[in-house]
Design a protein around this ligand. Structure first.
Ligand SMILES: *Cc1c(COP(=O)(O)O)cnc(C)c1O
Length: 375
């Protein structure tokens, strides 16, 4: 038996939706792409959506649309997947890491403010584990300093903050549809926005910077004509993926119910255990529970982690502080040291959480965690 920390949930409707596209006229750039975009935009409460080939591409084109370039600083958290800051490097900009809150593990607004300089252009808050960041405070800081906010919501499709869904709040919000994420398209991602100008740029950057829109071209020589206006990429997503995404969106609310039930059971099992710290939830947020993190406070994290792996439990560690990776150490971050991020990293274990995890499997995980932590 092996219990993974995360896994896709695919059923016969999902499979049929993909098969139907394979029999249709369009495998890419067809009707399923815009249908998927409209479905996600409608669900999260955004005006515009641009579906792309993965979540990292979503972050990259969001940074490009934001105009991030050489000399610009962008503030993000170190407790995230490397893509949250790599997207800034792709544009020639400089990621600046701000420490996390010691209890929610999300980026701390006070620490963001301390890192702002004349060069700061944007903030990339990450809704880590699916729990929304303190968005009112972050947006207030951004307004005060004239910064753009690009949310990395790879964990947070379906999460909400003060009754607003994540995706309706800031300048741009990026989602990932990798198999472990809230819904999957195999590989896939999306940027949503309420700003028409940003939307037009995102569409350009998704596909080579090329347009056929007469209103955007400098001239029009005929019906064959198109122009490349920007240096864009091929970050398009297929209709095959989007058909799967549309079908998965129909199940998202059910997936979220399952994830919340699992998180509640972990909370209940561990809240009075002295050696385990459970993740604090803010009153203003409703997490999507992409991950459930515990901290092992006294026993060796490595020992508990290895014991859990040995008995077939697919625990993980999310994440190694990004600036500790050799690439970052070799590119100017060797002096970076954020105490809350590092102390969290040293104690963190990510427990299995996904919609198909059964009560029996979860009870096995709980029993083993208690056994190894307390022995
Ligand atoms: C998964 C993830 C990404 C990247 O998404 P991909 O679709 O894998 O490219 C970015 N940020 C965070 C926080 C993620 O978890």
């Amino acid at each position: 038996m092996y219990i993974p920390y995360g896994r896709q949930s695919i059923d016969e409707d999902d499979i049929q939706a993909v098969v139907d596209v394979l029999r249709s006229d369009y495998l890419t750039t067809g009707p399923k792409v815009s249908e998927f975009e409209e479905k996600v935009a409608g669900y999260v409460g955004a005006k515009y959506a641009v579906a792309v080939s993965n979540g990292t591409a979503a972050l990259h084109i969001a940074c490009l649309a934001a105009g991030i370039g050489q000399g610009d600083e962008v503030i993000t958290t170190p407790i995230t997947f490397a893509a949250s800051s790599n997207c800034v490097l792709y544009c020639g900009g400089t990621p600046v890491f701000a420490d996390i809150d010691a209890d929610t593990y999300n980026i701390s607004p006070e620490e963001i403010e301390r890192k702002i300089t004349d060069k700061t252009k944007a903030i990339i808050p990450v809704h880590y584990t699916g729990q929304p960041c303190d968005m009112d405070t972050i947006i207030e800081i951004a307004r005060k300093h004239n910064l753009l906010v690009i949310e990395d919501a790879a964990h947070a499709l379906g999460a909400s903050y003060k009754e607003k869904r994540i995706g309706s709040i800031s300048d741009m919000t990026c989602f990932s549809f990798h198999p472990v994420k809230p819904i999957t398209t195999g590989e896939g991602g999306m940027v949503v926005t309420n700003d028409e100008e940003l939307y037009k740029k995102l569409v350009l950057f998704r596909s080579h910077g090329i347009t056929r829109d007469g209103g955007m071209m400098t001239e029009n020589q005929g019906n064959w004509y198109y122009q490349q206006l920007e240096l864009g990429y091929n970050y398009r997503i297929t209709d095959i993926s989007c058909a799967l995404g549309i079908s998965q969106m129909n199940k998202l609310d059910g997936f979220l119910v399952k994830r919340r039930e699992i998180a509640n059971r972990y909370d209940k099992a561990f809240k009075d255990v002295a050696d385990i710290k459970i993740p604090k939830q803010i009153a203003d947020g409703n997490s999507g529970w992409h991950l459930y993190m515990i901290q092992v406070m006294n026993k060796s994290r490595k020992e508990v982690f290895d014991q859990l792996r040995t008995v077939g439990i697919g625990v993980n560690v999310h994440y190694i502080p990004v600036y500790q990776h050799p690439y970052y150490q070799n590119h100017g971050y060797s002096a970076c040291c954020l105490p809350n991020a590092e102390s969290f990293y040293e104690r963190a274990i990510s427990l299995p959480i996904h919609p198909a995890l059964t009560v029996e499997q979860q009870q096995y995980v709980i029993d083993k965690v208690l056994e190894f932590v307390e022995e």
